[in-house]
Design a protein around this ligand. Structure first.
Ligand code: EPU
Length: 416
């Protein structure tokens, strides 16, 4: 199994281009199931989760062609209504087929994703929403079975704003009869990107990016050409990497507006950050200041950046409190950061990070994508060698991570 080996202590300098957003690409590729004919997607990141998505689409009967960052999907062959356990267990976002399948075929059988390393992650709100749209929902043998004639528009209130829940229901509602209103909808940029993609296929969605999304159902959708937006979490990860190494990095092909909460915290930590139209120039300072952070739904500080920010605070001057409010178990990186010499105490959903002068390299592993990214950042500044095991977690969500860091001057390589 591949490992990443880092010799810490190199300052990052230069330019890096951000890839397409994983969490925008996943639902947008699934949305191709809502139409017949070839949809064309550009700037699709080359990631394990994208390959898993293609596997599901093909399993369901869609035709898929992939060439580098261009993916074409034709949903006209859609014939199966089932996403089996063996596919869903590899990637819980597979649950995003539920909305398109019910809308298109009037039925779906999708394996329940179960918990994962960061929390229980139920899908009750996806199912309650589908039931409001008129689907009959049954749970049996670990599967969700949904069936209906044609979905009917309805008013749906989410008691927790859920990203993939909002996306699933938005996709389902595009082909429902009448108007659907989603209240307390997730406002993440990936939700807006999906709404834009669906609208370019002929859907009638307004309000995406606010807490109230209105979907006026249409009879059918047509194929479209869609460019995937840049990944804001990859952007934030490189911004934090620049600061932790006291570096000077120009981050290109990104959307500065999507990372404002991260930029603000990094400024408070002492960084100088200048934003252009589609680029961000980040300069670290000699000393990193401690800053408290609380994860929140967008536009708050993203939970997907909490682990990376904790790595930064591990080498800051003073103490910081990091509070995780989205997922109940998202501190798995703490014990691994401690192996590198970090001084962190967890109590409930809060971590107290006491900055240390230096970290020291060690073999580490993580059980989740963003936790692995935090270990890479820590490895960049730890004295000596850090070996990161279970690299497949990183490959799920970061394209060419080690070569992008190596191009910025890091001493990092992948070994088999
Ligand atoms: N929740 C419920 N019931 C539901 C759905 C969600 O209680 O039916 C709760 C969750 O347990 C959690 C909160 O609502 O406490 C928010 O979870 P959400 O549903 O928004 O998360 P998600 O849609 O499963 C997406 C991203 C995650 C990201 C979260 C939060 C995708 C494919 N995944 O997950 O990304 O952390 O939103 O922003 O978009 C990652 O990329 O590493 C990753 C985990």
């Amino acid at each position: 199994m591949d490992k990443i080996v880092i010799e810490g202590g190199q300052r990052l300098e230069g330019e890096v281009a951000i890839s397409g957003a994983k969490n925008a690409a996943l639902p947008i590729l699934m949305a191709a199931l809502l139409t017949d004919g070839w949809c064309k997607f550009s700037n699709v990141p080359d990631l394990r989760d994208i390959r898993s998505t293609i596997e599901i689409l093909e399993y369901l009967g869609a035709r898929v062609e992939k060439q580098d960052h261009l993916v074409r999907v034709d949903g006209s062959g859609l014939r199966r209504d089932e996403a089996p356990y063996d596919i869903v267990r590899k990637m819980r976002a597979s649950v995003l087929v539920l909305g398109p399948l019910v809308a298109r075929l009037g039925r779906a059988r999708v394996s329940l994703p179960g918990g994962c390393a960061i929390g229980a992650r139920p899908i009750n709100l996806h199912l309650q929403g589908l039931a409001r749209l008129g689907a009959e929902i049954n749970l049996s043998h670990g599967y969700v079975e949904a069936s209906c004639n044609r979905l009917r528009g309805a008013e749906i209130y989410f008691d927790v704003a859920t990203v993939t829940g909002t996306e699933n229901l938005m996709m389902a509602a595009t082909l429902a009869k009448g108007k659907t209103v989603l209240r307390n909808a997730a406002r993440e940029p990936e939700v807006v990107a999906l709404a834009d993609a669906l609208n370019s296929m002929g859907a009638r969605i307004s309000g995406a990016g606010t807490a109230e999304v209105v979907v006026n159902g249409v009879e059918d959708l047509s194929p479209a050409e869609i460019e995937i937006i840049p990944d804001r979490i990859e952007t934030g990860t490189f911004m934090t990497a620049a600061v932790i190494t006291g570096g000077d990095v120009l981050i290109r092909r990104c959307i500065p507006r999507h990372v404002e909460a991260i930029a603000e915290k990094l400024r408070l930590a002492g960084a100088t950050i200048e934003t252009g139209k589609d680029n961000i120039h980040v300069k670290g300072s000699q000393a990193i200041e401690s800053v408290d952070v609380k994860t929140l739904p967008y536009p708050g500080f993203p939970t997907d950046m909490q682990a990376q920010f904790m790595a930064l605070m591990a080498v800051a001057k003073g103490h910081s409190l990091i509070t995780e409010t989205i997922f109940e178990n998202r501190f798995i990186h703490v014990s691994e950061l401690r192996r590198l010499g970090a001084d962190i105490t967890v109590s409930g959903n809060t971590a107290l990070v006491r900055g240390v002068e230096r970290l020291s390299g060690a073999p580490v592993m993580a059980t989740d994508l963003r936790a692995s990214a935090s270990l890479v950042l820590a490895g960049l500044v730890a004295e000596g060698t850090t070996v990161i095991n279970r690299v497949y977690h990183l490959d799920r969500g970061y394209e060419s991570l080690e070569s992008k860091f190596a191009d910025l001057g890091a001493a990092i390589k992948r070994v088999a």
